[in-house]
Design a protein. Structure first.
Length: 361
């Protein structure tokens, strides 16, 4: 196996497998001349609503803009706008800055909460006397959100970019933002996102927001935020393969789990969460993260470090309350390493990754 190269992403292989179908539907759309809001857009929204067990799905340009729509809606159109001071949302410290940016830009106050050993919000660390109005639920690396969130009285908003395919897609929040970034389990070749909800008012607000407020005769502001008909046609091709892709991701994850059971590091997918995980990332928590990454690179295996710094260590969020530099999030950010996990990995490549990791540690 010496000289084997294993990329972190399988995007070229995925395209090669689907090339004829992708080119066929692309040709159908471009030949028709109907490049926006056609039948493929409708089909994809209907599929997405059904997959999420919700009544409505509204496509937009990106997962970030889906979050911005939710932050705007609940800040200005929901009961939160009656508060004299900006409402406060709790956000876990381990997440991509887009999660916090959407709420900061919409005028919210954010309070960063430390994470547990898996990188998800540690609810026991929420100050007892803290007056907050919403929680942003994030299933880091694809872990399902806890059903216990349903019992929490404040508004629950899901940044579901990573976890929306977990736990049979049942949502625990009032609405969720989804991303179709190229690195997601169901990926677009460019960008894309969606708001999914059972709230008709939110659905109408989102459609109006994505159309620069035209639907309300510009009583509401918004942006031009859409996925093209070509995007949606290509996504509908991929939906037919999604279940098989998810099954392959789970098989690879369980191979990793079995092989690393006695290793001197911890897998962030384990028996406690594997049954509801969507296997977006396979992350290990190890003392010698940087040395292991160098070793794997020399073996031709590409890895990634996601969330090298938690939000409370970034300059943009220094003014907001959050955990200390001795937090669990700070520790995990310096120890976590993402291994390749995508459906197009071969069994021999998975074995090679496993052997290479074990040889180093």
């Amino acid at each position: 196996m010496h000289g084997l190269k294993v990329a972190f992403t399988g995007l070229p292989r995925q395209y090669n497998n689907l090339r004829e179908e992708i080119l066929d539907v692309t040709d159908q759309v471009l030949t028709s001349g109907n490049l926006m809001n056609g039948r493929f857009t409708q089909q994809f929204e209907e599929w997405l609503a059904q997959k999420n067990h919700t009544n409505y799905a509204v496509l937009c340009h990106s997962g970030t803009q889906a979050l911005e729509i939710l932050a705007d809606y609940y800040r200005t159109e929901y009961s939160l706008h009656f508060f004299q001071a900006p409402p406060t949302v709790l956000i876990p410290a381990m997440t991509f800055p887009a999660s916090a940016n959407a709420f900061v830009r919409a005028g919210w106050n954010i309070h960063l909460i430390d994470t547990d050993a898996y990188g998800n919000m540690k609810f026991s660390d929420i100050p007892q006397n803290l007056n907050y109005h919403a929680i942003l639920g994030i299933g880091l690396y694809g872990a399902a959100l806890s059903d216990s969130l349903r019992q929490i009285r404040p508004l629950i908003i899901e940044d579901a970019a990573q976890h929306w395919l977990s736990n049979n897609c049942h949502h625990v929040g009032h609405a969720r933002a989804i991303s179709f970034d190229p690195m997601k389990n169901l990926n677009n070749y460019g960008n894309g996102g969606a708001v999914v909800t059972d709230d008709r008012n939110l659905s109408d607000y989102a459609r109006n927001w994505c159309d620069n407020g035209k639907r309300s005769s510009h009583a509401q502001t918004g942006s031009n935020s859409r996925m093209s008909e070509v995007d949606c046609a290509q996504m509908m091709v991929k939906t037919a393969y999604l279940d098989a892709w998810q099954a392959r991701r789970e098989k690879i994850a369980r191979q990793y789990m079995a092989a690393f059971g006695a290793a001197p590091f911890r897998c962030l997918i384990d028996d406690s969460n594997a049954s509801t995980h969507c296997f977006h990332k396979f992350v290990i928590d190890t003392d010698n993260r940087d040395q292991l990454q160098v070793h794997l690179r020399s073996a031709g295996i590409e890895t990634r470090v996601h969330y090298q710094h938690p939000l409370h260590e970034l300059a943009a969020y220094q003014q907001y309350a959050g955990p200390s530099l001795l937090s669990a999030a700070s520790s995990l950010s310096r120890r976590a390493l993402s291994l390749p996990i995508y459906p197009e990995l071969t069994d021999s490549e998975v074995d090679y990754i496993i052997d290479s990791v074990i040889r180093c540690v």
